[in-house]
Design a protein around this ligand. Sequence first.
Ligand code: ATP
Length: 472
Amino acid sequence: MAQVLIIDDDVQLCKALAMVISDMGHKVDVANYLVQGVDMARKGKYDLVILDIGLPDGSGLDSLAEIRDGRSRPEVIILSASSDPDGAELAIRSGAWSYIPKPPTLSKIKLPVSRAIEYRRQKLSRIAARDLKRDAIVGQSKALNTCLEMLAQAADTDANVLITGETGTGKELLARITHQNSRKSDMPFVVVDCAALPENLVESTLFGHERGAFTGADRRQDGLIRQADGGTLFLDEIGELPLAVQKSFLRVVQERRFRPVGSEHEVTSNFRLIAATNRDLDAMVASWDFRQDLLFRIRTISVRVPPLRERTGDVRLLTDHFLKRAIARDNGTEKECSPDFRDMLEKYQWPGNVRELSNAVENALARSGEERTLLPRHLPMDIRVHMARQTLSANADTAAADTTLDASNFPLFKDFREQVVGELEQKYLRDLFQTARGNVQQACTLSGLSRARLYALLKKHGLTRKNLYTPE
Ligand SMILES: Nc1ncnc2c1ncn2[C@@H]1O[C@H](COP(=O)(O)OP(=O)(O)OP(=O)(O)O)[C@@H](O)[C@H]1O
């Protein structure tokens, strides 16, 4: 079943077409205005768009390129009341699949629709089969593969791409891979970190400047946009681009032309734009912090990189990769991961995503010293503390849930609380001494308890170091 979008202001015709195409087994949406249709094509996953030329709010031909560059890069069939050969030629030259004069008879519409959909099906299977060169990307999860498939399709085009995702998910890495898999791979990949642009030099850094354009400009200099000519311009953290610069940049994105600071002449730069952000640009548009027209332009194709916690199975692969890489780099000896080390990595939520995992593995390796096996205690303190808190609150829930109270045994709240907390404290102390291998100093470091407080707790529960830890 294919997804078809009809953009036509003739409501009756839309109904008739929708009925025919639904009977062919496809799902149909309708837009009676160009603006609405272009927006739907940009965001939706359409295989085919049937586009009228003479719409009340504009000519379909003017928006053909934008529709074809929509999220799923649909095929387009042009439909027009005017039997206009120039329009037909222009439509085909602009990449429309075919051109059908109105009023379309059943046979005139059915054949091109089924041909366009079959062509599309074959094209998509070719794209999926095409391997993205992805040596640097570790991970096999479905969530990551879906994202890579979209980037493989984007790599094939010159469309602007917006990569969104939490910090450390690999947005820059994926932008580089998209460039390396594109026709521009031999040309420069220029990175602009919008968060680090010096406030007073933003324009000259991006657009370049002439000699003498401002104090200190003792020679002419190309900006980053010009340096990206023929290649890819990667705007990292685009949400941080100052509003004033967003306006000038919109023109660059639309026309690939701009004027360097202090110059009287415009220069061109034919780059492919990839932008990335971890911010919610729609919310920024709503609060007037980001220009809507710029957002529309930069997200012709939008790809969300999933956070690490959604990539089932990838933590293990990434851990092995980072471990192997660090050992090879330091000429170190082989190490193995204990099951509870792996378990902790699997259960942790990784708010800093792949970057945090990479740092944690390197950190654990350094802390393990001569030991051959990586243990949870080698992980950074903040991760262990977080996991301990999580375990304790989960246990508290279970302990409370396991105790059924009724009128015959209803305790005072104070006693009940003391009992539940007491049980959890004992479990904590047992785990603590196991992890610290009976070493009191180590137990104090892990728990953050002073020696006196630790001994007081042991005493309270009638426990000793010896009965909490027996060496094998
Ligand atoms: N799938 C992956 N396989 C191997 N390394 C990865 C993967 N994803 C990310 N990395 C590594 O993790 C680190 C962070 O990635 P990157 O800088 O691309 O993230 P980002 O999303 O752009 O971060 P930020 O939002 O903070 O700019 C980099 O060293 C990158 O090489």
